[in-house]
Design a protein around this ligand. Structure first.
Ligand SMILES: [Zn+2]
Length: 289
């Protein structure tokens, strides 16, 4: 059983000086898939265009980022960041467009989307690929509904800000972010499970054609910016999402800040968590219960 991964090397930027490893993560994730012999098909990515970004972002904000006169989500004006974003956003757009034809969950090895609002970025997020993908999918399928299940530790405030600025889209896109409710790692885990069951029920009632699952690794209890769940609970989270949502599914990597940024493969705990998500997706594809 193999997983479809929408990846292009141009979506990685190495050497960005930041606490977040997200700019270089796609390449390391692909190496880890390879080194662990996890069966995957690399699918072609069509890069996003600036016109695609205008669907959900203020035009001036987009143009200023590319011109380098406004800081990107990494708080610098490195021109490589917006260029790479066209490929990360493109990966998500391509994965969501493909999902209804796939036989199981589809992977977009991306992160750095949900803190990007209509005319601002931050928290390592420059453009909101979740919302661009939803908007493009609805353009191609005018009656479609898209769900976003955001299980990054942090609140997907940028996504909600875009929905506020695009009321027509808000009728067809439902964003549910656990980070809006869980900020304290002393919280009882049972509250999270109850919230997740409610969120899945809501998504299934909304009757989504596609659900984008932000499988944030910073939900891990040992994450310096997170978290709540231990390793086994992280896997349980993914298993519940993949098996109980009645829609085509796309998942990405989202935040994760444990361990040594320079390490890869199984030496990096964040990558290990992401690989576990892939294994749960493959198990779902294989029809395992
Ligand atoms: Zn996060």
């Amino acid at each position: 059983m193999s997983i479809s991964v929408f990846y292009d090397p141009r979506q990685s930027v190495s050497g960005i000086n930041s606490f977040s490893p997200s700019a270089g993560k796609p390449a390391k994730f692909m190496e880890a898939l390879q080194s662990q012999a996890i069966c995957h098909d690399i699918m072609p990515v069509t890069p996003a265009t600036r016109k695609d970004l205008y669907l959900v972002h203020d035009r001036q904000y987009v143009d200023e980022i590319f011109a380098g006169v406004q800081n990107n989500g990494f708080e610098n004006n490195d021109p490589r960041v917006p260029e790479a974003c066209l490929w990360t956003v493109g990966s998500m757009v391509s994965a969501v467009a493909y999902a209804p034809r796939a036989t199981g969950p589809v992977c977009s090895p991306t992160s750095g989307f949900h803190h990007a609002g209509h005319r601002w970025g931050g928290g390592y997020c420059t453009f909101n690929g979740l919302m661009v993908a939803a908007a493009k999918f609805i353009l191609a399928n005018p009656l479609a509904k898209v769900g976003i299940l955001d299980l990054d530790w942090h609140y997907g405030d940028g996504t909600d800000n875009i929905l506020k600025n695009r009321p027509a889209l808000a009728k067809q896109v439902l964003n549910l972010s656990s980070g809006k409710y869980f900020f304290d790692s002393n919280d009882d885990v049972s509250q999270f499970w109850a919230w997740l069951q409610g969120a899945i029920l809501e998504l299934n009632r909304f009757d989504c054609d596609v659900v984008i699952y932000q499988a944030g690794a910073d939900m891990h209890i040992k994450d310096p910016l997170g978290g709540l769940l231990n390793e086994a609970e992280m896997a349980r989270r993914d298993r519940i999402v993949f098996r109980e949502i009645n829609a085509s599914l796309v998942f990405n990597l989202a935040g994760g800040y444990r361990g040594d940024k320079s390490s890869d493969g199984l030496g990096n705990p964040v990558l290990r968590t992401h690989l576990n998500t892939v294994l749960e997706a493959i198990a779902k594809k294989g029809g395992l219960k």
